[in-house]
Design a protein around this ligand. Structure first.
Ligand SMILES: Nc1ncnc2c1ncn2[C@@H]1O[C@H](COP(=O)(O)OP(=O)(O)OP(=O)(O)O)[C@@H](O)[C@H]1O
Ligand SMILES: [Mg+2]
Length: 232
């Protein structure tokens, strides 16, 4: 059975003011596929995710998520609800909230919102997701006391708890020590093998990308080239 498209970029040009970082990107990722994106610092990898999330305007070309073109603000807000996003970690979060509440935020716009309080099922989903990422023991810990690796797991849990069908991971392993890297990679492999989620991972580590991707692209000079395709 032919799979539906998860994300499609067609001749995409985008960037900041007069700096067009992405200069004609074509990409098709089907639902359930896992692709990796490599590229030097400043190549535009994070910018590519911002486009998929509808966070920066597109100068030319087309972005579609789950077959829906992102044209209006409503389309872009809808795309953000469908996508789980693990941002590139820069500094550890300083939010004075528990791990449970930090992950519950991932349900915003899905399980609860302005007019609906979190339900029992939302809290249960948080507990189950924390177990999955190995943070069950820290559920009621203050987020400010977490290590960088634990923070990264909270970020992953927040993206997973949304029940998103697309997961964008920006350097999910970069600042982690080896044990944490292995744990996170194993979890991502498991998610990939379940085949339900479309997984797009940015990483500087070719071995990590290889471990969890069907196909790897290099972003260079504003365009994407396939460097490795194991799906043929
Ligand atoms: N908010 C912004 N305003 C203006 N320019 C920006 C902004 N964010 C990024 N840029 C520029 O866009 C280019 C691409 O940045 P981007 O963050 O996408 O790179 P990257 O590939 O993710 O790099 P890294 O590997 O260091 O994370 C860089 O030259 C950067 O300076
Ligand atoms: Mg980046």
């Amino acid at each position: 059975m032919a799979r539906e498209l998860g994300i499609e970029l067609h001749n995409l040009v985008a960037g900041y003011n007069h700096n067009q970082v992405l200069k004609g990107i074509d990409l098709k990722v089907k639902q359930g596929e896992a692709v990796g994106i490599a590229g030097l610092n400043g190549a535009g990898k994070t910018t590519l995710f911002k486009v998929m999330l509808g966070l920066i305007p597109v100068t030319e070309g087309r972005v579609s998520v789950l077959g829906r073109d992102l044209r209006t603000g409503i389309d872009r807000a809808w795309a953000r609800r469908e996508i789980g996003y693990v941002p590139q970690q820069t500094t550890p979060g300083k939010l004075p909230v528990s791990v449970h509440d930090a992950v519950l935020m991932g349900k915003w716009g899905k399980g609860y919102g302005f007019f609906r309080k979190p339900q029992h099922s939302d809290h249960e989903a948080v507990g189950a997701t924390l177990k999955r990422v190995g943070l069950a023991d820290l559920e009621w810990q203050d987020c400010r006391k977490l290590s960088g690796g634990e923070q990264q797991k909270v970020s992953l849990a927040r993206a997973l708890v949304r029940d998103a069908v697309i997961l964008l991971l920006d350097e999910p392993t970069t600042y982690l020590d080896r044990n944490f890297q292995i744990e996170i990679l194993e979890l991502l492999k498991e998610i990939r093998n379940e085949g339900q989620l479309t997984l797009i991972t940015i990483s500087h580590d070719p071995a990590h990308l290889k471990a969890i991707s069907d196909r790897i692209y290099q972003l260079d000079q504003g365009s994407l080239q396939v460097v490795n395709d194991e799906s043929d």
